[in-house]
Design a protein around this ligand. Structure first.
Ligand code: FE2
Length: 183
């Protein structure tokens, strides 16, 4: 398994850990308790930035390379790029609900929880498909030359000033989540 796939899998494990915390906050909402807004907003900041600004970009590179290599892929994988867009829309919608709530709107709790749970389930299902089908297929079908092209793209992006600032900001958010968790 290549370093790129290893990093994607590691990022999935982080997403799952943070989704567990996120689901815990949905449980609090549902049972009528006040959520930990500091944690919920840090989690939202994370899911609003990291998947779209980095993780999905790397997956899209792998997906595009695989589209060219594997004729059978289309039947075995749904359009991951389209799912990445849907996930982003889902977390944005949830974020808007939370922002409205914080501004004093009387949005029903069920609206918030439904949007939150829908996002969490969508992301979990999406990751399962990637872990079970997409990554093994990429590992099997992509050539060393394909991985080299992907690696170059990733390395170029990492050294881009704007992207590296975004990655630093994301690392700060993750640190904030860890700090809140141990408090
Ligand atoms: Fe993923």
């Amino acid at each position: 398994m290549t370093a790129i796939l290893d990093s994607l899998k590691y990022e999935h494990s982080m997403f799952r850990r943070y989704l567990d915390l996120f689901d815990g906050e949905m449980d609090r909402f549902e049972s009528g308790r006040t959520p930990d807004y500091e944690l919920l907003e840090a989690l939202l900041d994370y899911f609003l930035s990291f998947p779209d600004e980095w993780h999905h970009q790397k997956e899209d590179l792998v997906y595009d390379a695989l589209s060219k290599r594997s004729a059978s892929m289309k039947g075995r994988l749904s359009d991951l790029r389209a799912e990445h867009v849907r996930l982003e829309e889902g977390v944005r919608k949830f974020g808007q609900h939370i922002a409205q709530l914080r501004l004093g709107s009387d949005l029903p709790m069920t609206t918030i929880v439904t949007a939150g749970r829908r996002y969490s389930q969508l992301l979990r299902r999406h990751m399962l498909k990637e872990d079970d089908v997409f990554f093994p297929l990429a590992d099997e079908c992509l050539t060393e030359a394909d991985w080299e092209v992907i690696r170059n793209h990733v390395e170029t992006a990492e050294t881009d000033t704007d992207q590296s600032a975004r990655l630093t900001a994301i690392a700060d958010i993750a640190e904030r989540i860890e700090e809140i968790e141990v408090e």
